[in-house]
Write a protein that binds this ligand. Structure first.
Ligand code: ZN
Length: 242
């Protein structure tokens, strides 16, 4: 574990237990821990300066025999500002220019205005690029569906132009009764005797006269069967929504 002699890397006492527990579950101990603690002045500086931030992280990124990993606990939040430790940096020796992280700049440009280009992975909790798959566990964000406004409505058969004649209403009612005569409910029972009349009212907003019951029922046309089916679906949907 790095010491804090040359660089201001501190191990927070409250985190030490967690770090040791983490180490205990690692079969191969050779790794470094860096904990960037936010209260230290150098970390505040590191948050502002990409150069200093990378210098601090670089301490942990140095290769060493048998060293396999480095764990960086970034309490300074510098990674949000300066990018990932493995991002390429374009350094400069010119005094009037600053080092830049082009990868992180494009991340920031792609993120919504003022939004953090990183977010935490809902599966493993590690940092991932907003909208990107998680490098650590492979979790993929679901593509957001386009917001489509859905309005419940009824399918209406486009009939002949002009008002519906009484003859058409009578025919429709006779077809409804023809369907009624042989249709059965789910429990096998016949429908209510006034069901055809109620369906007529549903379509034409008026009850059929009693006298129409004297007409013989008719075999329903395909259009009438479709209408009945459609109203049944709409009714089932309304019941489901209630
Ligand atoms: Zn993850």
């Amino acid at each position: 574990m790095p010491t804090s002699s040359e660089f201001p890397f501190l191990v927070s006492p409250t985190l030490l237990t967690g770090v040791l527990a983490f180490l205990a579950h690692r079969p191969s101990p050779p790794l470094d821990f860096l904990i960037l603690k936010n209260r230290h002045a150098a970390y505040r500086l590191g948050r502002k300066s990409l150069g200093l931030f990378r210098q601090m992280i670089g301490r942990g990124l140095r290769p060493a025999p048998d060293k396999s990993d480095v764990v960086i606990l970034d309490h300074s939040g510098g990674v949000h500002r300066h990018g990932r430790p493995d991002d390429h940096i374009e350094w400069t020796l010119e005094t009037d220019k600053r080092a830049v992280n082009p990868t992180h700049e494009s991340r920031k440009a792609a993120a919504p205005k003022n939004a953090d280009p990183f977010c935490s992975c809902p599966a493993c909790g590690l940092i991932r690029g907003r909208g990107m798959a998680c490098d650590a566990c492979g979790w993929q964000p679901k593509p957001r569906g386009r917001d489509v406004e859905v309005i419940n409505g009824d399918l209406i058969e486009l009939g002949k132009i002009g008002p519906v004649t009484e003859e058409q209403k009578i025919t429709f009612y006779r077809e409804l009764r023809g369907f009624q005569a042989r249709a059965r409910r789910k429990d096998g029972q016949p429908y209510h005797p006034r069901r055809a009349a109620a369906q007529h009212k549903d379509k034409f907003k008026s009850w059929p006269p009693w006298s129409w019951d004297s007409f013989e029922p008719l075999e329903p046309t395909l259009a009438t069967l479709r209408w009945i089916k459609h109203r049944q679906i709409a009714y089932a949907k309304r019941r489901g929504a209630a």
